[in-house]
Design a protein around this ligand. Structure first.
Ligand SMILES: *Cc1c(COP(=O)(O)O)cnc(C)c1O
Length: 373
């Protein structure tokens, strides 16, 4: 009997090693290892073109990019954000001495609800930081309308939204800034990495200073910048990854469809609706385990784990339940009923390009039959 391989929620795609060697040889030859080297410059240009955005500044990771994005716009006071995200979203606010104000999410998209945003605005509010959760675009037009009415900036945590389009254009073109993550677990990865997308060259210049200690030239420091630079090995890997990314997203799409077909008639399990107005990247496959399924969400999580299938409870616990946030008045569960329920019910199933159809079917079968074993 062959030993069954464990299945994890995600697994990074690694191109054949020999494809990467020529890049490394070039770096060894030039001895240019970081600080805006040729691969860095090439990746910025190629990514901007691929994504359909004007300007893009690469970073060493998404979290430093989020922190720098807030610095670039000099955001202070209070920022309205979602509790249903990875913890780095709110942490980037605390690192800037900004008070996070949590607003509830929509039940059908898991994205921050415009109505809750509007209700959370105070005289101290300076910006909104929504997340395109699981790569589903936020209600970008409604959020912009609120921002315009109240004079607020919008910084999107777009860590899940690589390549996602909203009615034919990149979702990264909405808001004042958008921030990507190229962490190993994301759809497009540079081992660690990230980027800020901005609409104009002036802002990009400022962001480039910020990620390099605030240097504007050899002897002038214009801001208390940080070291957020992406190095040449990361950038080279990004260029190679970019050659494969369309194929990777299309394979993810097949897996997404296979799950949808397989889980279609399972009582108590529902999938995120796919909106025809959007181009998705299938970065996650969240299901909602409802009260009419035979097991609780955690029960299903454990049953899958016993079978060597490691799903993830993204996002549990809510950011607002973590020790550094739970004292805020906006963190109360009564303020966040939809997010609180989602964090009890959502489970992200394995999805990554190397996942085989047989493995997907094994996950589906287990969900179908877990209830009766
Ligand atoms: C991955 C992620 C981040 C952090 O990105 P890093 O590159 O790991 O620092 C931030 N926000 C969200 C929503 C994420 O999923």
């Amino acid at each position: 009997m062959s030993k069954k391989e464990n299945v994890f929620v995600t697994q990074p795609f690694l191109p054949p090693l020999e494809e990467f060697v020529p890049y490394l040889e070039k770096i060894w030859e030039s001895k240019w290892l970081t600080n805006g080297g040729p691969f860095h410059q090439e990746l910025e240009a190629k990514l901007a073109e691929y994504l359909g955005v004007e300007h893009l500044a690469l970073f060493s990771n998404g979290t430093i990019a989020l922190i720098s994005a807030l610095q670039a716009l000099r955001i202070t006071g209070e920022v309205i954000t979602t509790p249903f995200s990875f913890v780095a979203t709110a942490h980037s606010l605390l690192w800037n001495n900004i008070k996070p104000v949590f607003a509830d999410i929509c039940p059908d998209t898991f994205n921050i609800s415009p109505r809750s945003i509007e209700a959370a605005i105070t005289p101290q509010t300076t910006a909104i930081m929504p997340v395109h959760c699981y790569g589903t675009p936020c209600e970008v037009e409604e959020i912009q309308r609120i921002a315009d009415n109240y004079g607020l900036k919008v910084i999107y945590d777009a860590a899940h939204a690589f390549g996602v389009q909203h009615r034919g254009q990149s979702v990264l073109n909405f808001g004042d800034l958008s921030v990507l993550s190229f962490h190993a677990t994301k759809v497009f990865n540079t081992f660690e990495g990230g980027a800020i997308i901005c609409p104009d060259a002036k802002t990009k210049k400022r962001i480039d200073y910020l990620k390099n200690f605030g240097f504007s030239d050899e002897v002038t420091v214009v801001a208390p910048g940080i070291n957020g630079k992406m190095n040449e090995v990361q950038a080279a890997f990004g260029l190679l990854q970019l050659k494969h990314v369309d194929q990777l997203i299309s394979r993810r799409g097949e897996i997404d469809q296979r799950y949808r077909d397989g889980l279609n008639e399972v009582q108590g399990v529902s999938c995120l609706p796919l909106n025809v107005d959007f181009k998705f990247n299938y970065s996650y496959f969240p299901i909602r385990v409802g009260r009419d399924y035979a097991l609780s969400r955690d029960g299903l999580y454990e049953a899958l784990k016993k079978a060597g299938i490691f799903s993830r409870r993204y996002f549990y616990p809510l950011i607002s339940d973590m020790p550094m946030y739970r004292g805020l008045s906006s963190a109360a569960a009564s303020n966040l009923p939809v997010a609180s329920l989602a964090s009890q019910q959502v489970l992200c199933l394995p999805i990554y390009p190397d996942l085989t159809n047989d493995q997907v079917d094994a996950v589906i079968d287990l969900i179908k039959f877990a209830a009766v074993i």
